[in-house]
Design a protein around this ligand. Sequence first.
Ligand code: SF4
Ligand code: SF4
Length: 173
Amino acid sequence: MMVKKFRDTLTGLWSLLVGLKVTAVNFVRPEVTVHYPRQTVPSLEGYRGHIELVPSQDDPFKSKCIVCMTCVRMCPTSCISVAGSKPKKKTAGKDQAADADSGDTPKAQKAKPELESFVVDFTYCSLCGLCVQNCPTGALRFSTDVYLAGFSRQDFVFDLLGRLQSQAEHKEQ
Ligand code: SF4
Ligand code: SF4
């Protein structure tokens, strides 16, 4: 009886010492987390946030998207909706004048469709990356938007074209 009590006490003490050692080691270890929201991490390089549109090099208010719909077809959860204007047939000024002189019908040029809306429902996105990898123009990338919060599902349905344009506006100011 005495021996059992003594053994239990020793086991308890040993377990206490092991616990204290773990606490002491972690106490002196450098911090790897931050006290959010009082602090935020300095670099989010490599972080995979929701997708976002990459601005065109010529015009930061426009995206590189050519409305090919590859991302819409590839997305396994169908959370991307894209809409674009129908390509209108343009006629080139010089050719038109020349054609008019010669009496020919003006030559039609193929115009690119313009992106009108790009919406992603982030509540369904699995961050698989298929849309980013398969976009033929590199118009998509992952954002570093880590501090997301909302009150309803609708708060996570992102208008990416509007977001791109407001980012361009902020940069201009
Ligand atoms: S984002 Fe890329 S894949 Fe998606 S519609 Fe635009 S060009 Fe096509
Ligand atoms: S990362 Fe994957 S799930 Fe998310 S929008 Fe792109 S294709 Fe869809």
